[in-house]
Design a protein around this ligand. Structure first.
Ligand SMILES: *Cc1c(COP(=O)(O)O)cnc(C)c1O
Length: 395
């Protein structure tokens, strides 16, 4: 079985799991991540979505509008709602899956507080276009959502620094993982101070029970991502046993995990530190896989390949097809698990369609939601060839 997802977990992560944690693991994680990001401050959270809620609250935004992509992870608008604000959605551009920044001015009014440009699938946000928006609206608070992209660059400029703060997630499906966990980075002293203050007011310390549960979860997950383990996990997934791990949202509900206001645990922070050390190697590997796919899949009819973009980090490699379900089924029979990723356009979801600030169409995002197919991106050449064969046989 070729799994779609394969976190890069090694000996260091295993040690983090079995050895006792030091007192200041969370501070160490924050410090090492800030260094990796080349930024002044980093604050760790139990989830990326919690990080966003607390950041919006910390900035004092209330009953305001926050602009985000229509094509993004659904937890982003959920977090905006939980922070007491309203999400306003902007459609995507065809080329690289990102929000069409040229349409942002139409969405801005006197209630707008923040903009969340997002480097979807690791494609860097167009910073030239963003600069024009920032010049025109200097008061707009910019949060770079780097949960997919981490340190992607637009024309050699790191996207995560092009704003007031940046958001990261370390859940198990991200480029580097601490199993769960999120982070905000910033260079602004005032943002950092407000963030820490709101954190203290809003979050509880993890209990020993949560710490134990996370250790057990990690212990269970760890072998699952080895070669043999994955076949088993995949079996459970197909049988619907792992509901919680795979289906992370409910079409009709805006909700949060039960422990979203309980701090990140030391063991997660320790795994996160080990993962941060692997970041550059992981990205290099993904770029190689993307180039390899690009070269070997380009002649397959019916498959529209995603672009190769300088500075992109390819958290996902997502061709577009018209018959996604059939291809996924075929591939699974032949031993490859292809995924669907962001298979929804948020503003047309049950939970959001009655909450829209303005009525507006999202044709590009809606089409992407139907057509994207997610190939394994951790692959070596042999596996890429196999996937190529499955896809070309299908067409
Ligand atoms: C994963 C993700 C998040 C945050 O996810 P959490 O599971 O809450 O850590 C935010 N934005 C995007 C685009 C994501 O993919």
């Amino acid at each position: 079985m070729i799994p779609r997802l394969k976190p890069c977990l090694g000996w260091e992560e295993f040690l983090a799991l079995i050895m006792p944690s030091r007192k200041n693991e969370v501070e160490r994680f924050e410090k090492s991540f800030a260094e990796l990001a080349g930024q002044k401050y980093a604050v760790a959270f139990p989830y990326g979505r919690t990080a966003l809620i607390i950041l919006l609250k910390a900035m004092g935004f209330k009953n305001s509008e926050v602009i985000c992509p229509a094509y993004t992870c659904v937890v982003v608008p959920h977090a905006i709602v939980y922070s007491g604000n309203k999400p306003v959605f902007v459609d995507s551009q065809e080329y690289d899956f990102n929000m069409d920044l040229t349409r942002v001015p139409e969405a801005i009014n006197e209630k707008t507080a923040a903009l969340i440009p997002t480097s979807v699938f690791g494609y860097p946000v167009n910073l030239d276009q963003l600069d024009r928006i920032r010049e025109k609206y200097p008061g707009l608070f910019i949060i770079q959502d780097c949960c997919h992209s981490f340190f992607a660059e637009w024309k050699c400029k790191p996207v995560h620094k092009a704003g007031d703060a940046a958001l990261f997630s370390f859940n198990i499906s991200k480029m580097i993982t601490s199993i769960f966990g999120g982070m905000v980075t910033t260079d602004r002293d005032d943002v950092y101070e407000r963030l820490v203050e709101t954190y203290e007011e809003s979050l509880n310390k993890p209990t020993w029970k949560k710490a134990l549960m996370r250790r057990l979860y990690l212990t269970a997950v760890y072998p699952a991502f080895t070669e043999i383990g994955y076949g088993f996990v995949n079996l459970l997934e197909r049988k619907g046993v792992l509901g919680g791990l795979v289906d992370y949202y409910d079409e009709a509900k805006i909700d949060m995990p039960e422990d979203y206001l309980v701090g990140i645990t030391k063991v997660e922070a320790k795994v996160g530190q080990a993962q941060a050390q692997r970041y550059y190697k992981i990205v290099e590997n993904r770029r190689e896989s993307a180039r390899y796919y690009d070269e070997h899949l380009k002649d397959i009819p019916g498959l529209k390949l995603p672009p190769l973009v300088e500075g992109a980090t390819y958290s996902h490699y997502v061709p577009r097809v018209s018959n996604r379900k059939a291809i996924m089924g075929q591939a699974l029979k032949r031993g490859a698990q292809l995924g669907q990723i962001i298979e929804y356009c948020v503003p047309v979801m049950e939970a959001y369609k009655d909450r829209l600030v303005s009525s507006c169409d999202y044709p590009v995002s809606s089409r992407m939601a139907q057509e994207t197919i997610n190939l394994p991106i951790w692959v070596d050449k042999k596996i890429a060839k196999q996937i190529g064969k499955i896809l070309s046989d299908h067409n």
